[in-house]
Design a protein around this ligand. Structure first.
Ligand code: SF4
Ligand code: FES
Length: 248
């Protein structure tokens, strides 16, 4: 495949960025989007140019590092797919493809396509844990968990923290991410001791980090590579109301 890429280039957090056009040729339709960028970067290095900076780690769809806007869509055109799992056969030969970093106030650009998602760490630190006594491992059947709760908790726990939900949201909100993290612990018996402090603390950290509020547009769940459902945001709001009501 031969393609024209228009890529956001920005040398540092405080420098001005711009779109730069590159022609890439002889790309296999079976190459992943990141492999296509690798091919371009190898050429740029050989030509003495600065390679395009982008985040990646597992390249298996499980670490959440590789997000970027592709033709204006977080993670590109394939539903429920991370950028590293997106293959070039989903594009047309000769197509022009725009590639940009996540655009959100709480995710400042570090360089080119790399953004700082440290604000997510702040939300996790505010309540994304349980307190459990140490000692020998309890018997597996010591704490019964209803199947429906276990399944819902597992679904919430599949959030990989990629940030696509924030990038797609017109408000730059991280409510889907926060709802997934609050939900996956709050649905289980082990998560009950901190249930109230968790939801209040994590939402406070969310707002403090500069993420916007949720207005139920649903863009987040549309681009989420793990299909985290909007119903978890409803559950988050319900948990929050109960927690602040108890506090008076
Ligand atoms: S909710 Fe989905 S889009 Fe948002 S960080 Fe988690 S996996 Fe990524
Ligand atoms: S590189 Fe890990 S999810 Fe894409």
């Amino acid at each position: 495949m031969n393609l024209k890429l228009r890529v956001w280039r920005q040398t540092g957090p405080s420098s001005r960025g711009r779109m730069v056009t590159y022609d890439v040729s002889d790309i296999s339709p079976d190459a992943s989007f990141l492999e296509m960028l690798d091919v371009l970067n190898e050429r740029l290095i050989l030509e003495g140019d600065e390679p395009i900076a982008f985040d990646h780690d597992c390249r298996e769809g499980i670490c959440g590092m590789c997000g970027m806007m592709i033709n204006g869509v977080a993670h590109g055109p394939s539903r429920a797919t991370t950028t590293c799992q997106l293959h070039m056969r989903h594009f047309k030969d000769g197509e022009t493809i725009d590639v940009e970093p996540w655009r959100a106030a709480a995710f400042p650009v570090v360089k080119d396509l790399v953004v700082d998602r440290g604000a997510f760490d702040g939300i996790i630190q505010a309540g994304g844990y349980i307190s459990a006594p140490t000692g020998a491992a309890p018997d597996a059947h010591a704490t019964p968990v209803p199947k429906a709760d276990a399944d819902a908790a597992f679904e919430a726990a599949t959030c990989i923290g990629c940030g696509a939900c924030v990038a797609a949201c017109p408000n730059g909100s991280a409510m889907l991410f926060t709802a997934a993290k609050v939900g996956h612990l709050g649905l289980l018996p082990q998560g009950q001791p901190e249930r109230d402090t968790r939801v209040v603390g994590m939402l406070q950290a969310h707002d403090d980090a500069g993420f916007g509020g949720c207005t139920n547009t649903g863009e987040c769940t549309t681009v989420c590579p793990k299909g985290i459902p909007l119903t978890l945001i409803g559950r988050l709001n319900s948990d929050y109301r109960k927690a602040v009501t108890k506090r008076g």
